[in-house]
Design a protein around this ligand. Structure first.
Ligand code: KIV
Ligand code: ZN
Length: 502
C-alpha cells in the first residue's frame, strides 16, 4: 500500500542501550506484549549475542508475542547471525537484522576493513541470514556519512543476496532533514531494487532532528520508520514513536500516510516503558509529557473551556489519556481489585496477586481514593520486585529530626531469611540507604535522585528514581510509596537487586 508507513519499534534494543537501562526477561516481555497491543509492525527485541539475558529475553518474546515481526539484531558475523536465529526461530514472523558500517571513518578506524571486504561481508551475512529467515533486514551503519556510490553498491548486493528490508541509519544524528530526504530520494533512483523491498530509516537525535529527518525520509519514499517509545536510545535517543505516529495522524491531509498504530494505547505504553526503564518522561515532551495537554495561561484555559480545538490540535483521548479515575478504596476487596487489574490488562498468578493486594491495602489505609495511576505504579513496583528480587523489602523504621542524627533500621529477606541492619546518615534517605548497603553488602555511589508524585494531593504516592554507580556500572532503580523515604529505600534496593541479577 502506497500510503502505509510501517512502524518498527526498537525500544527493547536501541532503547535499552540508553545508559543505566537494564530490563530483565519478564520486563522485556511485558513491554513487548504492550507493543503488540499498540499495533507496531515489528519489534526489535534485542541483540542476542551480547548477553545470555538478552538472548533469553528475545527468545521469550519470539515464543510468546504474536502479531508483529520479531526482529533480532546481529553484526555481519556468522556467530551473531546463528545466535539471532536460535533466539527467534519459533516466532510467528521472525526477522534477522544484520548490519555493517559503510562510512570510510567506521571502516578504516573501527572495523579496519577495506571497501571490498565490507562488500563481501555484506553478501555473506545476508545470505547466511536468508538461509534461516524469510525476512532479512540489512543496515549500512553510518549511512549518512558514507560515500554515496559505495553505499549504492552495498545496497545492491544486500538486496541481491535476499534482504527484504533495507534500513538507512543516521547513526550519529548528523543529517539535516533536506539532506536526509534527498539521500532517500537519490538512493531510490540509483538503486531500482530498493523499490521491491521495504525501505526503512533509523534516525538518532543528537541534533534534535530524529523525528524531522524520519519524516523527510517518509516524504521522499521511505515506508518504514524505526523508532522508540519516549524517544529512548543511544546517547540523545532515537525518533520518538509517539511523535512520528501522531504527526502522520494529525497531519494526514497534508502527508497522506497512515500507520496501523492504535493511538489510544500510546499513553499507556509510554507510562509502562517509563516505569520499567526508570527513565522519566520530560514534562514538556511532545504527546506524552505531563504538560502536553496542560493549559496554564488564562487566555488558553478560557479558550479550551469554550472550545477544545482553540488550543488543542490533538484530543487527549486519542492517545488514551483519560482522567485518572477514582476506582477503589479502603473497603474494596480481593475480587474488585482482581477484576480491575484484569480490566487494566494485568494478568497475575495467585502469589503475585497476593503481593499486590497487600500493597493495595497498605495504600488504601493511607490514601482515601485509589486511582488507575496509583494501581499502575504499584504494579510496576511489584513487577520490578518479582522479577529482580534477590533481596525482598520487608520494612523500614526511621528516626530523624532537626536535633538528632538520622537513624534507620531496615528488614530485608533473602531466601526466606530475615536480615535486619541499622545505620545512621546525613538525612533519613541517606540513613535508609546506608542500612540497605549494610544488609546487602553492596556499596554504591548515588549519581542521580529524583522524586515526583503520581497523582495530585498531599496523600499522593511518591515515585523515586535513583541512579547508582555499582562497581563502575550505572544502574537505575525505582520505587513508590506514600512515604518518600520508603519509596527511596525501595528504589535503592531495586537498583541493587538489578545489579545482582544482571
Ligand atoms: O544507529 C544505528 O546505526 C543502529 C544500527 C544497528 C541500525 O542502531
Ligand atoms: Zn541506532
Amino acid at each position: 500500500m502506497m500510503d502505509r508507513v510501517y512502524i518498527f519499534d526498537t525500544t527493547l534494543r536501541d532503547g535499552e542501550q540508553s545508559p543505566g537501562i537494564s530490563l530483565n526477561v519478564r520486563q522485556k516481555l511485558e513491554i513487548a506484549e504492550q507493543l503488540a497491543k499498540l499495533g507496531v509492525d515489528a519489534i526489535e527485541a534485542g541483540f542476542p549475542i551480547t548477553s545470555s539475558g538478552d538472548f533469553e529475553a528475545v527468545k521469550a518474546i519470539a515464543n510468546r508475542v504474536k502479531g508483529p515481526r520479531i526482529v533480532a539484531l546481529a553484526r555481519a558475523i556468522e556467530a551473531d547471525i546463528d545466535k539471532a536465529w536460535e533466539a527467534i526461530r519459533n516466532a510467528e514472523k521472525p526477522c534477522i537484522h544484520t548490519f555493517i558500517a559503510t562510512s570510510d571513518i567506521h571502516m578504516e578506524r573501527k572495523l579496519r576493513k577495506t571497501r571490498d571486504e565490507v562488500l563481501k561481508m555484506t553478501e555473506a551475512a545476508v545470505k547466511r541470514a536468508k538461509k534461516y529467515a524469510p525476512d532479512v533486514e540489512f543496515s549500512p551503519e553510518d549511512a549518512t556519512r558514507s560515500d554515496f556510490d559505495f553505499l549504492c553498491r552495498v545496497l545492491e548486493i544486500a538486496v541481491g543476496s535476499g534482504a527484504t528490508v533495507i534500513n538507512i541509519p543516521d547513526t550519529v544524528g548528523y543529517a539535516l532533514p533536506d539532506e536526509f530526504g534527498k539521500l532517500i530520494r537519490e538512493l531510490k533512483a540509483a538503486v531500482p531494487a530498493l523499490n521491491n523491498v521495504i525501505l526503512s530509516v533509523h534516525c538518532h537525535n543528537d541534533l534534535g532532528l530524529a523525528v524531522a529527518n524520519s519524516l523527510a525520509a517518509v516524504e521522499n519514499g521511505a515506508n518504514q520508520v524505526e523508532c522508540t517509545i519516549n524517544g529512548l536510545g543511544e546517547r540523545a535517543g532515537n525518533a520518538a514513536l509517539e511523535e512520528i505516529v501522531m504527526i502522520l495522524d494529525t497531519r494526514y491531509r497534508s502527508l497522506g500516510k497512515k500507520t496501523n498504530i492504535k493511538t489510544e494505547q500510546i499513553s499507556r505504553t509510554s507510562r509502562l516503558v517509563s516505569t520499567l526503564t526508570g527513565y522519566q518522561v520530560q514534562f514538556n515532551k511532545a504527546i506524552v509529557g505531563a504538560n502536553a495537554f496542560a493549559h496554564s495561561s488564562g487566555i488558553h484555559t478560557d479558550g479550551v473551556l469554550k472550545e477544545r480545538i482553540t488550543y488543542e490540535i490533538i484530543d487527549p483521548k486519542k492517545i488514551g489519556l483519560t482522567e485518572s479515575k477514582i476506582i477503589l478504596g479502603k473497603t474494596s476487596g480481593r475480587h474488585a481489585l482482581k477484576q480491575h487489574l484484569e480490566d487494566m490488562g494485568y494478568v497475575l498468578d495467585d502469589e503475585e496477586f497476593e503481593k499486590v493486594f497487600v500493597r493495595f491495602k497498605e495504600l488504601a489505609d493511607k490514601k482515601a481514593e485509589i486511582t488507575d495511576d496509583d494501581l499502575g505504579a504499584i504494579m510496576a513496583d511489584e513487577v520490578r520486585a518479582i522479577t529482580s528480587e534477590v533481596y525482598g523489602f520487608e520494612s523500614l523504621r526511621v528516626t530523624s529530626g532537626t536535633d538528632e542524627v538520622p537513624n534507620a533500621t531496615v528488614k530485608l529477606t533473602k531466601n526466606g531469611a530475615v536480615i535486619k541492619k541499622t545505620a545512621e546518615g546525613d538525612g533519613p534517605v541517606d540513613a535508609a540507604c546506608n542500612a540497605i548497603g549494610k544488609a546487602t553488602g553492596v556499596s554504591a555511589k548515588l549519581l542521580f535522585y529524583n522524586v515526583s508524585s503520581i497523582t495530585g494531593g498531599l496523600d499522593a504516592q511518591g515515585d523515586v528514581t535513583i541512579q547508582l554507580d555499582i562497581g563502575g556500572k550505572k544502574v537505575l532503580g525505582r520505587g513508590v510509596s506514600t512515604d518518600i523515604i520508603e519509596a527511596s529505600a525501595r528504589a535503592y534496593l531495586n537498583a541493587i537487586n538489578k545489579s545482582l541479577t544482571k
